[in-house]
Design a protein around this ligand. Structure first.
Ligand SMILES: Cc1ncc(COP(=O)(O)O)c(C=O)c1O
Length: 435
């Protein structure tokens, strides 16, 4: 780097001081600080990526002429709600989709995905997952687990799966055979979920869309987009996906959306998903925003920054545990397509110790000791550290994992890198004390 007169500028490296942090030892803090130093270049790269994403969001606000009059909502039926319609159009622009429906009435990502599947599929249709076994909570939606709840299977929808290869990637060689029977929809899960496998980049999703359409032009491509939004320059609808769904207490809610989810894609399919959320005939035209639209617009405005910060936190988790010799996925500083960082502990105790540390460092419920427990929608017991302002928000720093082999910790979110550093220093201290 050159100064004004052309002479080299000194590079200033700020010494990172151990904070007054009773939960961490000096040794643990030193390990975290060393990891932070190694990540400076990748942190800068992630920070630089905020600007184009924010430009996309601002351009959408401008094109839709967002004003304060969009913050209120119509009560009751919520018909002709200007704020809701504008929100939908803004999200559609950001996601590169024909249409989007952003609704507080979606309880979670699982709910939005279920509405999309039940809304579009009809009895006798075949649904094929291209990314192996879908996320845990979809097992009951599809009918792979549980009975008498009105799963897709109980409504006569056939399900098949193309298992991932041993390397955890889509078996592209097996695709043609898997798609030999007429198939109404393929399901692609972008993020790894609770599996030890690489998440699927948008370019790979695009390649799959092309191949699926070449083999069966009428087959629809649905993408579970949870945790992926705004991580890459393009979103799945821009590379050929017909329909996507996700949660607002993940990326796009910017950590302040109080609840909700979205579906986006081809207009007709989004409408069908909305007919399942509300009722046939009402579709996307009903549903109050409870005067909370401002939080959804503002959350979207904050989302690019929050996503970048989460990625920086994920890199730090990866670096700290890789430095301890643990297997991590993805590697620190690697290209990412989602917020999830997996760390393989191989035994339950270390997994629980790290969750304890993350919980103790949470802004809410820091006094709580997380213990493995059953959770609705999951077959395995889960241990979860997530003392977040929005209950269950995984855009805020959190760590969790199913209590099953190979005992992998999944960490995600983080509003600021300093929080991850403090939690990691506490985690290392606990691990050191336990060994
Ligand atoms: C890939 C994937 N899909 C779906 C979900 C379900 O989202 P939610 O917890 O909002 O129901 C998750 C949750 O972690 C996930 O990782």
């Amino acid at each position: 780097m050159l100064g004004e007169a052309g002479e080299p500028c000194p590079v200033v490296v700020l010494a990172i001081q151990p904070p007054a942090w009773p939960l961490a030892t000096d040794a643990a803090w030193g390990a975290v600080a060393a990891a932070q130093q190694r990540l400076l270049a990748s942190d800068a790269r992630r920070t630089a990526a905020v600007q184009p994403q924010l430009a996309k969001v601002l351009a959408a606000f401008q094109a839709e002429r967002l004003g304060t009059h969009h913050f209120a909502s119509v009560s009751g039926y919520g018909h002709n709600d200007l704020g809701r319609d504008t929100l939908d159009r803004v999200f559609a622009r950001v996601l590169g989709a024909e249409k989007a429906a952003v609704r507080l009435q979606f309880v979670s990502g699982t709910h939005a995905i279920a509405a999309a599947l039940f809304g579009v599929l009809r009895p006798g249709d075949r649904l094929l997952s291209l990314t192996g076994r879908p996320y845990d909570t979809l097992e009951e939606v599809i009918g792979l687990r549980g009975q008498g709840q009105g799963s897709l299977a109980e409504f006569g929808i056939n399900y098949a799966e193309l298992p991932l290869t041993a390397a955890g990637v889509v078996d592209e060689a097996g695709l043609a055979a898997a798609l030999a029977p007429p198939t109404r929809m393929v399901l692609i899960q972008r993020s790894c979920g609770y599996s030890w496998r690489p998440s699927l980049p948008v370019a790979s999703i695009g390649r799959l869309c092309e191949r699926v359409k070449a083999l069966q032009p009428e087959c629809l491509v649905f993408v579970d987009n949870c945790y992926g939004e705004l991580v890459e320059a393009l979103e799945p609808p821009q590379v050929g996906a017909d329909l996507i769904a996700g949660s607002l207490i993940k990326n796009l809610g910017g950590t302040i959306a109080p609840s909700g989810g979205y579906v986006a894609g081809k207009a007709e399919l989004v409408e069908q998903a909305c007919c399942r959320l509300t009722a046939p005939g009402i579709g996307s035209e009903g549903g109050s925003g409870f005067d909370l639209h401002r939080l959804l617009f503002q959350g979207l405005f904050l989302a690019p920054q929050m996503v970048a910060e989460s990625l920086i936190c994920a890199d730090l988790v990866a670096q700290v545990f890789a430095d301890r010799g643990l297997a991590v996925q993805p590697l620190p500083g690697a290209e990412r397509t989602d917020l999830i960082q997996a760390v393989r502990f191989g035994e339950p105790r270390a997994l629980q110790e790290v969750c304890r540390a993350f919980q103790a460092c949470s802004p809410v419920g820091g006094y709580v000791d997380p213990v493995p427990a059953p959770m609705p929608g999951y077959a395995s017991e889960l241990v979860m550290a997530g003392g977040t302002f929005i209950d269950g928000s995984t855009s805020e720093l959190s760590a969790d994992g199913p209590l099953r082999e190979p005992y992998v910790l999944f960490s995600q979110g983080g509003t600021h890198r300093s929080h991850a550093a403090l939690a990691l220093a506490a985690a290392l201290s606990r691990l050191d004390a336990a060994t």
